[in-house]
Every structure is written in structure tokens, then in C-alpha cells.
Design a protein around this ligand. Structure first.
Ligand code: SF4
Length: 177
């Protein structure tokens, strides 16, 4: 059975791949939220390294920040507030992955967002199930992800991804000093 895995960082991808059971996984790097481009490329390079080592196919979508900001700028959002900002970001990436998976006859789609210890997994899964229904494909969630697994040898990010999270992290660091 084939699964298309949306992935945004190498660390969570390794943890997901360790929990994939007997599924054949292909990785889809679709992350228009990541800012700036240098950060996007650093994460992509890490992804290429670990997918190469694991013998996993990596599909790289175009980097189009416009898609992310259009999703953020729809009515009713305050991008400074994670409660409205993040669900739009998850919906964009999960929705596109579900669509591509359905169009290309994968059996399932999933996302490393559900193997990250830093994300709101419950809301992400709810959005993923909505996108699964909308696109006519099943969402698959790994049961036993080891979030504490030690990984090394590639670039690791220090903020979630978008320009807002970068600003928040810089402010936190400034206050820590
Ligand atoms: S903080 Fe992370 S999940 Fe939330 S909008 Fe930014 S990149 Fe997306």
C-alpha cells in the first residue's frame, strides 16, 4: 500500500518513517509557509539527505509563499494569533497533499505534522480527516511515533517555519538574554 507523506523537516520524517509499518512511503515536500527561502532550502537539503539515505522517493513542490499568504489573508484571520494562523497553514498543506495523493492513486496520505511533539495533533488530525473526505482518500496516522528518538547529521530548524514564528522566536530569544 502506498502513502504520500507531507513532510516539512527531516527530523520528524525520520521518526515517521520508523513508524510506517509495512507501507511504501513517498515524501512530498510542500511548504510554502517556510520563510525565508534560505531556510526553506536548508530544510530541503536535509530532507534530500535523509530520503537519499533511506531510499525514499522525494517529490518537491514549487515554493510559492503567495499560496501561504493568500490563505492567511482570507477574511477572519489575525496572523499574529496562532489559533487562527496555524489551522490555515495546516489546512493548506494537508489539503494539497490529499489532492495530489488522490489524483495519483495513492492509498493514503499523511503528514509529519502528526509526528511532531510541537504541534496540536488533535486539530491537525481533524483537518486531515476533513481533507480526506473532501478528496476521497484515506488519512493514515502512525500509532507509535517515538518523538524522543535521537537524530543527527543534518540541519535542524529553531523555529516552526513562517515569518511570524520566526519573529516570535527571535523575540523569545531576545527576552531570554
Ligand atoms: S507557526 Fe508553524 S504551523 Fe503555525 S502558521 Fe507558522 S509555520 Fe504554520
Amino acid at each position: 500500500m502506498k502513502l504520500l507523506l507531507h513532510a516539512c523537516c527531516a527530523d520528524c520524517t525520520i521518526k515517521f518513517l520508523a513508524a510506517k509499518e509495512d507501507l511504501e512511503v513517498e515524501v512530498y515536500y510542500y511548504n510554502p509557509n517556510i520563510h525565508p527561502r534560505a531556510e526553506y532550502l536548508s530544510r530541503l537539503k536535509a530532507m534530500q539527505k535523509i530520503c537519499g539515505e533511506a531510499g525514499v522517493k522525494l517529490i518537491v513542490a514549487d515554493w510559492s509563499p503567495k499560496e501561504y499568504f493568500e490563505a492567511q489573508n482570507r477574511k477572519g484571520n489575525d496572523s499574529r494569533d496562532k489559533k487562527t494562523r496555524c489551522p490555515r497553514c495546516w489546512q493548506l498543506r494537508l489539503g494539497k497533499t490529499a489532492k495530489i495523493a488522490a489524483e495519483n492513486k495513492y492509498d493514503y496520505f499523511s503528514s509529519t505534522l502528526v509526528s511532531s511533539e510541537y504541534q496540536d495533533k488533535e486539530t491537525i488530525e481533524k483537518i486531515a480527516q476533513e481533507e480526506a473526505k473532501k478528496n476521497g482518500i484515506e488519512f493514515w496516522r502512525p500509532e507509535n511515533v517515538d518523538c524522543k528518538m535521537e537524530t543527527k547529521g543534518f540541519y535542524k530548524q529553531f523555529f516552526c517555519g513562517c515569518v511570524y514564528s520566526l519573529q516570535e522566536r527571535m523575540e523569545e530569544k531576545y527576552l531570554e538574554e
